[in-house]
Write a protein that binds this ligand. Structure first.
Ligand code: PLP
Length: 408
């Protein structure tokens, strides 16, 4: 019998090579297996964790286990707070909008300090609230130079306003990791007037798993809030977390049924929480091996690509320990437009992001690549390869071969 729909009738489809893990990491195999097993088992459906019956209590227990495991994973004390959200965008909004609201109520003035290379979740949210914003510039290595930090520290000395320093730990486009520990230590040594508030929020959307837990925990020692996204580490989309050292410093953004101590109303995503928990369990066992695998593949790709004509790396050449994500490369080619290159990569089965793509489909230069001092052309033509832990050597080789055939 002839099938109704014929696939691949013009020869075999190319093998799919997914190199866009910073957008969404493919759900880990172990997570998919656990979720499938749960969903297909009798009684595997999850109830509303707010419900008073046994099934509700079971779902509630799952959330508590996730929060406990999340803190253990990050080597944090068990009495710190984890608010489950839909992802990093929501967590970031919660902190920014919540602090602005709270400051208004107390008739205080809050100044946000952030950087020019933050994700839109931070920059657009800050642009939409009624607060003063100071932007720290970055240098060509993607780091915040000493002069900019001097400007920041001299503002602290002169001003009596409250402060929220909101910084990403790792950049989603370039993979550059800010060298934050020395600065946050320096900041901690400054004593402010007793009534003056100082908050530090870290955007860790790209950091969970990809950077060592010891490192993240050291940063969290020096901060009050951190935002996380589970789909960047191989859990399903639609779940994330806001870590808060203390509760009670900001007003809730979403009101309703009073879930999460009234901080985030709305029915919990219990199935997402299950997937998040399984992803954490997987990374807890394999994290170190994953990071090594990713950095080896990244270096191999870099070694191959930098031999191609017109190659320009947007980021540091050497991935110094903890100053670069192990899975990300951002680059452009002098004589090649991403408007043609990305579709041809896509047709050949390679899924990567061009940072120029915006929701309207029109080309737009990446604000991150521009902030590093690259030209508009380079910013428009940047390609981001972001590896996932299940990426294979042959995927990277095929990608480099394909690019070689296109740019030569
Ligand atoms: N912050 C950074 C650095 C990101 O890379 C992203 C997503 O790409 C976000 C925030 C937003 O995360 P989410 O997709 O979970 O809302």
């Amino acid at each position: 019998m002839t099938p109704v729909i014929q696939f691949h009738n013009e020869g075999p489809m190319p093998r799919e090579v997914y190199l866009d893990a910073n957008a969404t990491h493919p759900i880990l195999r172990s997570v998919r297996e656990s979720m499938a097993q749960l969903l297909l088992s009798d009684g595997g459906e999850l109830a509303n964790p707010s419900s008073p019956h046994a099934k509700g209590r079971e779902a509630r227990k799952l959330l508590n286990t996730l929060k406990k495991e999340f803190l253990t994973f990050l080597k944090r004390p068990a009495d710190e707070n984890v608010v489950l959200t839909s992802g990093a965008t929501e967590s970031i909004n919660m902190v920014i909008r919540g602090l602005v609201d709270s400051e208004k109520t107390h008739q205080r003035k809050l100044v946000f300090w952030t950087t020019s290379v933050e994700h839109a979740a931070v920059l657009s949210t800050l642009a939409s609230v009624d607060a003063t914003i100071e932007i720290l510039k970055v240098d060509s290595m993607g780091q915040i130079p000493a002069l900019e930090w001097q400007r920041f520290f001299s503002w602290i000395e002169k001003s009596s306003d409250d402060l929220c320093l909101s910084l990403q730990v790792a950049n989603n486009e370039t993979g550059i990791v800010f060298d934050l520990l020395p600065i946050l230590h320096q900041l901690q040594k400054i004593t402010l007037d007793s009534n003056r508030k100082r908050w530090i929020h870290l955007d860790m959307a790209q950091s969970l798993g990809k950077l060592s837990e010891d490192y993240l925990s050291q940063l969290m020692d020096l901060a009050q809030f951190a935002s996380f996204s589970a789909h960047k580490m191989g859990a399903p989309s639609g779940i994330g977390a806001l870590w808060c050292k203390q509760l009670g410093c900001f007003k809730p953004m979403i009101t309703g049924g009073g879930q999460e101590e009234g901080l985030r109303s709305g029915t919990w995503n219990a199935l997402g929480a299950f997937g998040f928990l399984k992803a954490l369990e997987d990374w807890k066992i394999h994290g170190e091996k994953y990071r090594l695998h990713l950095s080896q593949l990244r270096l191999l790709a870099l070694d191959r690509l930098q031999k191609l004509p017109g190659f320009k790396l947007h980021g540091p050449l050497e991935a110094a320990a903890n100053l670069c994500l192990p899975n990300t490369l951002n680059f452009s080619f002098q004589n090649t437009d991403t408007d043609t290159l990305i579709p041809s990569l896509d047709m050949a089965g390679f899924q990567v992001s061009g940072t120029s793509a915006c929701s309207s489909g029109a080309s737009k230069s990446s604000h991150v690549i521009l902030a590093l001092g690259f030209s508009d052309r380079e910013a428009k033509n940047s390609i981001r390869m972001s590896l996932g832990v299940e990426s294979q050597l042959q995927d990277v080789e095929a990608f480099c071969d394909f690019l070689a055939s296109k740019v030569r």
